[in-house]
Write a protein that binds this ligand. Structure first.
Ligand code: SAM
Length: 280
């Protein structure tokens, strides 16, 4: 009987190449093939570490086609490393479906941990770290983005967002409009030469980036809503959970109701009625 290979999920640096781990370098040297989001980008990283393994592409638009070919190699005993352009694959990056399909096929999936921009930013932000919510990218359409932010207004945990530099000011402006003067941190160019943390109330952070062209990569972290904003915890958490599943995660009404009623241990009829109210 042929044994299947292993799929390694390998984190790579988000700027400073010294942040790669010894284990990541060893695994990248040992695998049969490396599946990369952008093969040209990854080739530069590999050549820096003297790694000459064959590369294949795996990105959002070819994942169905390539995913099947990669799974086939794994089924035939090959070992494969999945890397993204930077940071941890599958975190706001391609890879989740490949991992899901590999797990379903009984293929062993091994994480090779390392940097992720969200955790790197959180560790030095100076905001509470005991519990947080990672949102990733908001919609690039302003109407939808504002809807998502409204749904997160009562969130009682630190919120972490990824954002493109050219949308930073618009997103910070929407956050201030919808949430008011909440404390926030913009972490820019983490681990790179021009690393910068802008901390303060929304207007202070906005002022820091006003009149300059924002360059590089940014993570936005936002302090939790005050108790007052959270209002009646019972109903608010029901609304909050529903809004998040409906408007941020984009679940269908049926799936959102099912999830919330299990998570909050509330009768499905009550959750359904609240979901209809929020939707309308
Ligand atoms: N998988 C990656 C990870 O684990 O962090 C994230 C990939 S996502 C496509 C890219 C986003 O991550 C950027 O738009 C930015 O929000 C954030 N990011 C990546 N590198 C960063 C850095 N050096 N400094 C600040 N933010 C960064």
């Amino acid at each position: 009987m042929r044994t299947s290979g292993t799929l390694y999920i390998v984190a790579t640096p988000i700027g400073n190449l010294e942040d790669i781990t010894f284990r990541a370098v060893r695994i990248l040297k040992e695998v049969d093939i490396i599946a990369a989001e952008d093969t040209r980008h990854t080739r530069k990283l590999l050549s820096h570490f003297g790694i000459g393994k064959p590369l294949t592409s795996y990105f959002d638009h070819n994942k169905h086609l390539k995913g099947e070919a990669i799974l086939d190699r794994l089924r035939h005993g090959a070992s494969v490393a999945l890397v993204s352009d930077a940071g941890t694959p599958c975190i706001a990056d391609p890879g989740y479906q490949l991992v899901r399909d590999a797990v379903a096929d009984g293929i062993s999936v091994v994480p090779i941990p390392g940097v992720s921009a969200a955790i790197t930013a959180l560790s030095a932000a100076g905001l509470p770290t005991d519990s947080f919510t990672f949102i990733g990218f908001l919609s690039s359409r302003q109407g939808k983005r504002r809807e998502q932010l409204s749904a997160l207004k009562a969130e009682g945990r630190v919120l972490i967002f990824y954002e493109a530099p050219n949308r930073l000011m618009a997103t910070l402006g929407d956050m201030r409009d919808i949430w008011g003067e909440r404390d926030m941190v913009v972490a820019r160019e983490l681990t790179k030469i021009f690393e910068e943390f802008a901390r303060g109330a929304a207007s202070e952070v906005i002022a820091r980036f006003m009149d300059r062209q924002v360059k590089g990569e940014v993570v936005i972290l936002v302090a939790p809503a005050e108790e007052l904003e959270r209002g009646n915890v019972g109903t608010e958490s029901l609304q909050n959970a529903l809004s998040r599943y409906l408007f941020v995660e984009g679940l269908t009404l049926k799936d959102a109701v099912k999830r919330v009623s299990v998570e909050l241990d509330r009768p499905r009829s009550e959750v359904y009625a609240e979901a209809l109210r929020i939707k309308s």
